[in-house]
Write a protein that binds this ligand. Structure first.
Ligand code: AP5
Ligand code: ZN
Length: 215
């Protein structure tokens, strides 16, 4: 099963990704998580990506496409995967089509910008795993600590209000076009297109997503 989670920054892609990967036994491929790991490791890619991410821009298509192609060639991806935050430009989507990567389903999580601004301010993450919490809507069992490892939660550098506004702007200008791109694909190879109201509580969104995917 090859699934794509599409949605604005803060729509809840990472939150829902953990439920989908568990239900289908497929790995999550989050380009954002991969870039944050490169930053933490201090690699040349990480150094370049940090400036772009802190400003809310997009990392170059060729870098991202190369990184994803390498990742999906690994053995754990042979039965499928979940794309989270990729593709996010037309060039990235076209590169996957050209590489013969055919998706089974595209899940769009739809959330208005005003709701997103509130969510980002309260987001806390466990960096090593990518697990995501919200101080009010999805709090950890112990304040400031990851439920599974007990390690510290942090606030992402790109969750400052100005950066979030830039990221939303970039989403509307460069990524939202993919909604049309995928929903217009036809033929037997076309992915199932699923649109979910992402303003509901986490558990309701989870139930809607899994049921639309047949679980
Ligand atoms: P990336 O890490 O992909 O960030 P994003 O797409 O901006 O999305 P987020 O991770 O911010 O949000 P999310 O949808 O996962 O929401 P979450 O579940 O955390 O990318 C970061 C940067 O890397 C980009 O800006 C770019 O620079 C670069 N990059 C990455 N991929 C790239 C690519 N392909 N090409 C070029 N550059 C790339 O939820 C948000 C908050 O809301 C949490 O606190 C959560 O607990 C809460 N929440 C979730 N669901 C609900 C709900 N139903 N009700 C209430 N609260 C909820
Ligand atoms: Zn995310």
């Amino acid at each position: 099963m090859k699934i794509l989670l599409l949605g604005a920054p803060g729509a809840g892609k990472g939150t829902q990704a953990q439920f989908i990967t568990a239900a289908f036994g497929i790995p999550q491929i989050s380009t954002g998580d991969m870039l944050r790991a490169a930053i933490k490791a201090g690699t040349p890619l990480g150094l370049e990506a940090k400036k772009i991410m802190d400003a809310g821009g997009l990392v170059r298509d060729d870098i991202i496409i190369g990184m994803v192609k390498e990742r999906i060639a690994q053995p754990d991806c042979q039965n499928g995967f979940l794309f989270d935050g990729f593709p996010r430009t037309l060039a990235q989507a076209e590169a996957m089509q050209e590489a013969g990567v055919l998706l089974d389903a595209v899940v769009e999580i739809d959330v208005p910008d005003a709701v997103i601004l509130e969510r980002m301010a309260g987001r806390r993450v466990h960096l090593p795993s990518g697990r995501t919490y919200h101080i009010r809507h999805n709090p950890p069992k112990v304040e400031g600590k990851d439920d599974i490892t007990g390690e510290d939660l942090i606030q992402r550098d790109d969750d400052r209000e100005e950066t979030v506004k830039n990221r939303l702007d970039v989403y509307h200008k460069q990524t939202a076009v993919l909604i049309g791109f995928y929903s217009r694909l036809t033929g037997s190879d076309a992915p199932k297109y699923i649109k979910i109201d992402g303003t509901q509580p986490v558990e309701s969104v989870k139930a809607a997503v899994l049921s639309a995917l047949g679980k």
